[in-house]
Design a protein around this ligand. Structure first.
Ligand SMILES: Cc1cc2nc3c(=O)[nH]c(=O)nc-3n(C[C@H](O)[C@H](O)[C@H](O)COP(=O)(O)OP(=O)(O)OC[C@H]3O[C@@H](n4cnc5c(N)ncnc54)[C@H](O)[C@@H]3O)c2cc1C
Length: 325
């Protein structure tokens, strides 16, 4: 049967695709098809895609590098717009960068230019500028908000384009205005760096990469940390006696989610071909051909056990696509 919507889309969006399998666009290698899929390579194409999706009343999902996502096995019944807006324009220690640029590539360019501020992001596979601003990416004590001056956005409902200051982005722990207002789509950002010796920057990058290689299960597909490290304190005396390390975490103000999951006896736990990593329990890995349903099973199991054992509600860091609420 003819798909009238697809016919209309094809007239306005050159290169629009139908039933494109999304797993190939995620680091998890999990996820069913997008009913419609469009690669937005510039601002004009993004506006076009948003406009026609609005006209046809298609639900939209904005895809970045796909490194923080669990996409349902059924896929997404609407229009997936992958942001592939590239471009780096340097002016001294400032950079205007397209939302589709990858952080790892950028960090090496910056090192060559003697600009410091993104060393922590090297080695995060896939992560793009837009997705990383959305989720307020951070590692090794540094946050992406520390290098942001402003962010250019388009509102998918009104198609208004405007520039938000860093303050207007409302950054907090793994959170931003973009998580709350899904209509705001990031087009580009102005980033600001500090000048530093390129050799020092490269040495720092090497150290961080080595840490990731030794501590994280980098040889299996994943979406990074499944849960946000809770900024909570545990005061229960029995728990503090049984797990004395909790006193240190109480002083720091953050308890690693991986610690809580491991102490709940879940390291190595498998459902189908998904597994809570034995190397780092905040990573749920795809052993090969895992389904989203299996990953979700482990997420729910970890949440239940940690709540039961430590009284803490884990909050997922991974974003979910195509699941019914
Ligand atoms: C091995 C591994 C290690 C990781 N390590 C870290 C780490 O150290 N620190 C860390 O913070 N994260 C880490 N992550 C998680 C992930 O890489 C980051 O969250 C990353 O910033 C997500 O960016 P992305 O482009 O892949 O976004 P995606 O996964 O594509 O999307 C994530 C969310 O952002 C939204 N989004 C994407 N682009 C835009 C846009 N242009 N405008 C508006 N919304 C948008 C999407 O709709 C979605 O809701 C890791 C992941 C992996 C696989």
């Amino acid at each position: 049967m003819a798909d009238k919507i697809f016919e209309q889309l094809k007239k306005e969006l050159h290169g629009v695709e139908k039933n494109l399998v999304l797993k190939n666009h995620t680091t998890y290698k999990i996820g069913g098809p997008a009913k419609y899929f469009f690669l937005a390579k510039n601002k004009e194409n993004l506006v076009k895609a948003l406009n026609i999706s609005k006209k046809l009343k298609l639900p939209i999902f904005i895809l970045g590098g796909g490194s923080n996502l669990l996409i349902s096995d059924k896929g997404f019944f609407g229009m997936v717009i992958k942001i592939d807006i590239l471009g780096e324009q340097f002016n001294g220690n400032k950079l205007i960068v397209g939302a589709g640029e990858k952080l790892t590539k950028l960090s090496y360019t910056l090192a060559d230019k003697g600009l410091s501020g993104l060393e922590w992001a090297t080695g995060i596979p896939g992560a793009a500028v837009g997705g990383s601003i959305y989720g307020h990416a951070q590692a090794f004590g540094t946050k992406i908000s520390e290098i942001i001056e402003s962010v250019e956005v388009i509102n998918s409902k009104t198609l208004e384009i405007k520039t938000l200051t860093k303050e207007q982005c409302n950054f907090s722990l793994k959170n931003s205005i973009f998580k709350k207002n899904k209509n705001l789509i990031i087009i580009s950002a102005v980033l600001k760096f500090k000048e530093k010796n390129p050799e020092e920057i490269r040495a720092q990058i090497k150290e961080f990469l080595e840490y990731r290689r030794t501590k994280h299960p980098t040889n299996f597909p994943s979406a990074g940390s499944a849960f946000v490290n809770p900024e909570k304190k545990i005061t229960n005396k029995k728990l503090l006696e049984r797990f004395p390390e909790l006193n240190d975490f109480n002083i720091k103000g953050t308890i690693p989610a991986g610690y809580l999951i491991a102490k709940s006896g879940l390291a190595g736990k498998k459902i189908g071909n998904a597994q809570i990593s034995e190397k780092h329990s905040n990573f749920i890995i795809n052993l090969g051909g895992a389904s989203a349903k299996c990953v979700m099973g482990l997420i729910n199991l970890a949440k239940r056990k940690v709540k039961k054992n430590f009284g803490i509600n884990l909050e997922t860091e991974i974003q979910f696509v195509g699941f019914s609420k």
